[in-house]
Design a protein around this ligand. Structure first.
Ligand code: MTE
Ligand code: HPA
Ligand code: MOS
Length: 774
């Protein structure tokens, strides 16, 4: 085991090694993906006699359960058992942060889709048929579906959180301009291609193995152990890869795995539980809708002097990750601007929706949408462009965030200025103006969107990871970490690290499944930090092995270890190739009984946060960037097309350019979807109306920008980023916020009387009404 004091040292050693692979590296999963050979939970070779499970859930959003009659369902041929909370040997509790969420409803239901029982049958088909035979009588109680209703009724998940910097109250007195307003941003469905699911198998001695589609194997293990009343070591969780998670499987992959394991526990049989799309859509939580109010104060020369915001988070019926997500909203409430006086507050409002959960950006996008709205409002009232206000207020080196962290290695102005010059933004703005002068039924809009996103779990104690590296006798390498591959390419990055340290080809390295018996007590793969945390641990383990191997080589070659280098599968002495190959070196180490396995632990240094003061240094570093978006509106129809999005992004020194570009493009499309077309709808009874892809529109090939250009900004990267390659998973989603404001700018060009509205998504329907509303 190694402590992480020497990380910087390890990192700088690696700097010397050229990142030769980075140009050519593809996501190593692409081969099996394209051939349809990649394995997911539903592809696991099931054991003979495997049973299938379907969840019986509430079709009322709030009420008391008066009676349930399972007899007809139980009598159906092929039905094995129906499990309820009464069958739970441990605790009927799955809440991660707050213990407020039962696995199965007992006497009350709190949301439409809340699990009540688990039907086990010979086939999924039979289990579904049985579900329709269950008779339930629920006495309905009042339903809360919006955060505002919850606030009015005093229905909250926990106490509010509040950040403050300077003195907003007194500063507002000195402001030339003050504007107040309201905003709304809707939820968002994760729509991972692989629905939630798990497969549980009985092992000997009452042990259970769960194959789960989860971002958090340890969360699944811990919660299953708790519900079954077993020690954690009796539960093994294994993950090959996910067909997407996007935050939706950080916490909400857990219940299905626990349910499958509960059935296995009782029946001593393998049990498979895979939600179909319909069940997944209405049973799982989504991105949190937010209703917010803001007050912004500016000086005569457009400096934002003071900013206040109150965020009402629609948390749903249980806490899930809401408190952590609420916290990140506060961290990102001022986006990439320096505002000297800030007061923000967030209330996690308890409603009767499925518990909302992590979604790419984790509350950050909701916070950033509000400040961008406030700026847009101020700009339109003052009679300037948003761009002018944004530009003047960009964060600078050594500025203080409202949570006390001092901004270092800031790339806000760098990415902004680079975007302006590289893309000739003056000319672009001019083109838009010209187009609008010459066209009446089509209008264009342009918007700038700078981003600043903090990297680290906001909960400091979660920022750690381990890696277990084996070098086998023949020189091939196997790596286990806590990283879950969900399409983001983290496995490729792990392989690149080992390939570089040992200077061996990628083909000699294998990334093992993510398994709790090999790497324990892990944080979920989330917060965009998976590659940083697990990569650093992998780097440390590989470097320890390297050190050991250099010693062996120096003995074999009669020289000093410091003269030894490993290059392209050979050992070099002072840059001169020797006869000794990598494989021979491994054999020699084996004969000398040198350990060829290493386990390393990494914990991010420097970070801390004091919740009693709401101050600290929670982030290892920040990721910056600037996007420029243009849209063309068809003002007769209210439809729009994004002409292009041009981005200057701060990758640090990207270690895998193709993968990182894929992350930027994917996140951008997802952000645009959230802001423009994805419309979650619940009725007043709390039933999800947008419960199929026919009623929930996500971006397709026709709705993504016709052209996306991403230029990496030249920066030094950051020591705490893996090989100085900055985290890239979530930050670019927030470029999509620019789409909202580009559309709104085009609307203003058509209808000068248009009254700005901050109510996302900006669907064509809303556009049409705004365009023709006098
Ligand atoms: N990319 C793909 N293809 N699939 C995903 O599920 N999840 C996103 C992002 N990119 C996701 C993705 C989210 S929410 C996070 S937090 C990060 O990837 C997690 O991976 P990382 O920590 O390795 O960036
Ligand atoms: N980001 C993502 N997931 C998390 C976080 C975070 O900051 N904290 C806890 N889970
Ligand atoms: Mo991502 S929302 O941190 O899984």
């Amino acid at each position: 085991m190694h402590k992480n004091k020497s990380n910087t040292e390890l990192n700088s050693k690696l700097d010397a090694v050229s990142i030769a692979l980075k140009q050519s590296i593809k996501n190593l999963d692409s081969y099996t993906h394209v051939r349809g050979e990649s394995l997911y939970v539903d592809d696991v070779n099931v054991r003979q006699g495997t049973l299938h499970a379907v969840v019986f859930d509430s079709r009322k959003a709030h009420g008391k359960i008066k009676s349930i009659d399972y007899s007809k369902a139980e009598a159906l041929d092929g039905v094995e058992r129906i499990f309820t909370y009464k069958d739970i040997p441990g605790e009927n509790e799955i809440g991660g942060i707050i213990r407020d969420e039962p696995l199965f409803a007992e006497n009350e239901v709190h949301f439409w889709g809340m699990p009540i029982a688990l039907i086990i049958a010979e086939s999924e088909f039979i289990a579904r048929k049985a579900r329709n035979l269950i008779e339930i009588d629920i006495q309905e109680l009042p339903v809360i579906t919006t955060a505002k209703q919850a606030k009015a009724k005093g229905s909250f998940i926990n106490a509010p959180r509040s950040f403050s910097l300077g003195d907003t109250e007194n500063t507002f007195k000195d402001c030339e301009y003050i504007y107040e307003g309201e905003t709304f941003s809707n939820g968002q469905e994760h729509l991972y291609i692989e629905a939630q699911g798990a497969y549980a198998e009985p092992l000997e001695n009452g042990n259970i193995k769960i194959t789960s589609s989860t971002q958090g194997p340890t969360a699944v293990q811990k919660t299953t152990a708790n519900v079954l009343g077993l020690a954690m070591h009796k539960i093994e969780v294994d993950v090959t890869r996910l067909g997407g998670g996007f935050g939706g499987k950080e916490d909400q992959a857990t219940p299905w795995a626990v349910m499958a394991a509960l059935a296995t526990y009782h029946l001593n049989q393998s049990v498979k539980l895979i939600l179909n799309r319909h069940d997944d859509l209405h049973m799982t939580g989504k991105r949190h809708p937010y209703e917010s109010t803001y007050k912004i104060g500016l000086s005569k020369d457009l400096k934002i002097l003071a900013y206040e915001a109150e965020f009402l988070q629609n948390s749903g019926a249980a806490a899930d990750l809401s408190p952590a997500i609420a916290e990140r909203t506060l961290f990102h409430a001022t986006n990439s601007y320096y505002i000297p006086n800030v007061k923000t507050m967030v209330l996690s409002c308890k409603t009767n929706l499925p518990p909302n959960t992590a979604f790419r950006g984790f509350g950050g996008p909701q916070g950033m949408y509000v400040i961008e709205s406030a700026i847009a409002k101020a700009a339109s009232e003052i009679g300037v462009t948003s761009r002018e206000i944004q530009e003047i207020n960009l964060l600078d080196e050594n500025d203080t965030f409202s949570y006390g962290q001092i901004a270092k290695k800031v790339e806000a102005k760098n990415t902004w200025d680079s975007a302006k010059s590289l893309f000739s933004s003056d000319a672009l703005e001019h083109d838009v103006e010209e187009f609008n002068k010459n066209n009446t039924s089509f209008k264009k809009g342009i918007a700038f969107m700078p981003i600043c996103f903090g990297i680290s779990f906001t909960n400091t104690s979660m920022n750690h990871a381990r890696a277990l590296v084996h070098i086998y006798l023949d020189g091939s390498v196997g790596i286990s970490t806590a990283a879950v591959e969900m399409g983001q390419g983290v496995n490729t990055k792990m392989m690149q690290i080992a390939a570089q340290v040992f200077s061996i080809p990628i083909e000699k390295i294998k990334i093992e499944t993510t398994n709790t018996t090999r790497v324990a007590n892990t944080s979920p793969s989330a917060a965009s930090s998976t590659a940083d945390l697990n990569g650093k641990a992998t780097l440390m383990a590989c470097n320890s092995l390297l050190k050991r191997l250099k010693l062996v080589a120096s003995e074999d070659l009669n020289t000093k270890p410091e003269h030894i280098e490993l290059k392209d599968e050979f050992i070099y002495i002072n840059d001169k190739k020797s006869e000794l190959s990598w494989t021979e070196l491994i054999s020699s180490a084996m004969l000398k009984r040198v350990a060829l396995t290493e386990n390393a632990h990494y914990a991010t240094p420097e970070i801390h946060f004091d919740k009693t003061k709401e101050k600290g240094h929670p982030f290892a570093y920040h990721v910056y960037g600037t996007a420029i978006t243009t849209v063309t509106l068809d003002c007769t129809r209210g439809t729009y097309e994004f002409d292009w999005v041009k981005i200057v992004h701060d990758y640090g020194k990207s270690m895998s350019e193709g993968i990182d570009l894929g992350q930027v493009e994917g996140a951008l499309a997802q952000g645009i979807g959230w802001m423009t077309m994805e419309e979650i709808a619940y009725n007043d009874e709390g039933r999800l109306l947008s419960n199929a892809l026919s009623t929930y529109k996500i971006p397709d090939i026709f709705s993504v920008p016709k052209d996306v250009e991403v230029i990496p900004v030249e920066t030094k990267g950051h020591e705490l980023a893996i090989l100085k390659s900055k985290a890239v998973g979530e930050p670019p989603l927030m470029y999509g916020i620019g789409a909202y404001f580009a559309i709104q700018n085009a609307m203003m060009a058509f209808n000068p009387n248009y009254d700005l509205k901050f109510h996302a998504p900006m669907t064509p329907e809303k556009v049409l009404m705004g365009l023709h509303n006098k």
